[in-house]
Write a protein that binds this ligand. Sequence first.
Ligand code: NAD
Length: 340
Amino acid sequence: MAILVTGGLGYIGSHTVVELLNNNFEVIIVDDLSNSEKFILNNIQEITGKKPIFYPFDLRRKELLHQVFDAHTIEGCINFAAYKAVGESQEKPLDYYENNLFTLINILQEFKNRNISNFIFSSSCTVYGQADKMPIDESALLKTPESVYGKTKQMGEEVLKDFANAYHSKICLLRYFNPIGAHPSSLLGELPIGVPNNLVPYVMQTATGIREKLNVWGNDYNTEDGTAIRDYIYVVDLAKAHVAALQKLMTNTSVETTIDIFNLGTGKGSSVLEVVEAFEKANSVSVPYQICDRREGDIEIAYADASKAEQELGWKSETTLQEALKTAWNWQKYLETKTN
Ligand code: NAD
């Protein structure tokens, strides 16, 4: 019996594969390496002492996916595979709709035809837009996301709810806040792609000198220091939540449709300048920055009420912002040794 992890060589996927292997799950990874590298597979093996089965192909190729389901007894899926660059999604909307939705539908077709349940979907706090009140719990109103990327996440959630209702399936939607950091071994982390959209990769590239200055988008928000606030969740903590969610789905023997939704965050908001300061302190480096105009589409503040995950999954975030930022920097240094 195995768990299919799509995008399992990506940032969150690779950390989750490690946690699954450490919890004795058999793991099958499908990843087309469009945003990951083969060496991550070896590093997973180095950390866990186990080598997951790996298929390098694009999940849009239905016939190859079908063969994987024929070859293994799959009893659940964690679906990380997606394109995730917000800016790029505006420039290439069809690529994003096609990749993020067709891949999902192809897997669900296999689930339906083989009567498999237990599906976990990587969603995002972007589905809440600028929520009316903080912290954000799972009952907060969903707003149409500004970006095509965000829309693919919201549409993915709808596809899954309809799927679960029609086929009495068990699904779990995990709405991540802002994942940061890297594995404590420094063997896994977020791979840089182009100009980073997210704060922490940008901070790191500035600290290494790849970028001259960090652009802080707006200091006139209605927050204490005027910069935008987000909820930064350590990636290993996030990975552990997937194992807890999977265990909950798999031990639920009810034949009823189940749609679980959990916010995964720390419950604490940090401003851009607080993150910069924490990074500088954690790593004894300096991060030059400049204040710029607000960036279109950015919201003022978002942090999670993650108490539902604590009550129902027995999971909560354990790692401080500074600890997480230290691991991120160690990963950056590891990457430099690989490219030199
Ligand atoms: P990532 O890009 O590091 O990982 C995604 C992986 O999927 C990559 O390894 C890529 O090669 C693979 N992939 C993409 N399309 C594929 C396809 N058609 N077939 C096979 N493999 C494919 O991204 P991540 O940061 O690990 O994010 C994982 C999931 O979490 C994504 O669905 C993302 O939208 C979601 N998410 C991420 C964040 C974040 O800030 N990182 C926040 C909220 C939600």
